[in-house]
Design a protein around this ligand. Structure first.
Ligand code: FES
Length: 323
């Protein structure tokens, strides 16, 4: 069913490619520059978007096995993502339930976390395992002092979390079926090759770059972009958008050969033809495919607002089909 949707999109891209057209809206859309610089608006965006909506906090392959974890900070909130004993991923507020010290730093493998302040120890499922010097400290109802859990859902090899423990926003509904299409990448069996974090401008300036092919043949002319069209058609699932170039051609995986999709039966269209373009996940992710290491790869860019309205940071995960 979801493959059929991919075929329908590709059919539309091929049709526009043959006609040398793209989909256009009726009017030019102008956005006020102040939307990118207003400090009050920036605070609202952090509260109403990043602290309220589900966020893709990690590709599954970043915490591939039980015991793997990573600590991160999002809009000032310390977050801990763990892979638990039963294989499920869970995100927590990375804050000791005694006095709020972070219980984990960086990333690695650990089945328990001991707070560096007074030594309380938590399991990686959030349970409070032990209180240091219990005779001196006094009796504690451990069940009442577990790490605070954030609603978490793993789909399509990606882990989503809502940074509000009381949120009743259903993450699956929020994805609007987009996850079924992302499943076709097969990220749940892919491998993390490399990652890096880079600073950037206002988070929406950075996000706009995910939604715009206009710049590809200019800004990226010396690398991958010279042969790209500056056109894109957009497909939406709720706030999530895929954009892809209207064309009947697709580069054959791992070679310079161009395949003419009109000369092929639709059922033979390769999966990378069906997934081409950039897949954005609102409010902060883009996924762009490439070829490397003898197979398919993708750069998953994860964007967060920085400390001020004019700052953001992006972590780029290079994930590969083959280890
Ligand atoms: S703040 Fe963690 S044990 Fe005291």
């Amino acid at each position: 069913m979801s493959r059929q949707k991919l075929i329908e999109m590709t059919r539309s891209l091929v049709k526009h490619g043959e006609a040398d057209t793209m989909e256009l809206v009726d009017d030019v859309v102008a956005v006020a520059a102040s939307d990118y610089t207003d400090e009050d608006r920036f605070e609202l965006e952090k509260d109403r978007i990043f602290k309220r909506l589900p966020l893709m906090v990690a590709p599954s392959c970043e915490v591939p096995e039980p015991g793997c974890y990573k600590a991160m900070e999002i809009a000032g909130i310390p977050v801990l993502v763990t892979r638990q004993k039963d294989g499920t991923a869970q995100a927590f507020l990375n804050s000791c339930t005694h006095r709020g010290n972070p219980v984990a730093q960086g990333s690695g493998k650990a089945t328990r976390f001991t707070c560096g302040y007074h030594g309380w120890t938590f399991k990686n499922n959030g349970d409070l395992l032990a209180v240091a010097s219990p005779k001196d400290f006094g009796t504690v109802d451990k069940a009442a002092f577990c790490l605070k859990k954030f609603p978490t859902l793993e789909r399509a090899g990606l882990i989503w979390t809502t940074l509000d423990p009381e949120s009743n926003l259903d993450i699956e509904s929020y994805l609007c079926g987009y996850d079924e299409l992302l499943e076709h990448f097969g990220f749940d069996n892919w491998h993390l090759f490399e990652q890096r974090t880079i600073p950037g401008p206002n988070w929406k300036t950075a996000y706009d770059g995910y939604l715009d092919f206009y710049h590809l043949p200019v800004l990226h002319k010396d690398t991958f972009g010279a042969d790209f069209f500056n056109r894109a058609n957009y497909f939406a699932w709720g706030p999530h958008q895929r954009l892809s170039s209207p064309s009947k051609f697709i580069q054959k995986t791992g070679s310079d050969e161009q395949l003419d999709l009109t000369e092929m039966d639709e059922k033979d269209w390769p999966i990378d033809a069906l997934l081409q373009g950039v897949w954005t996940i609102f409010p902060h992710i883009s996924i762009a495919s490439f070829y490397g290491g003898g197979g398919r790869g993708a750069m998953i860019s994860q964007l967060f607002p920085g400390k001020t309205v004019g700052e953001s940071f992006t972590t780029q995960f290079y994930v590969m089909e083959h280890e």
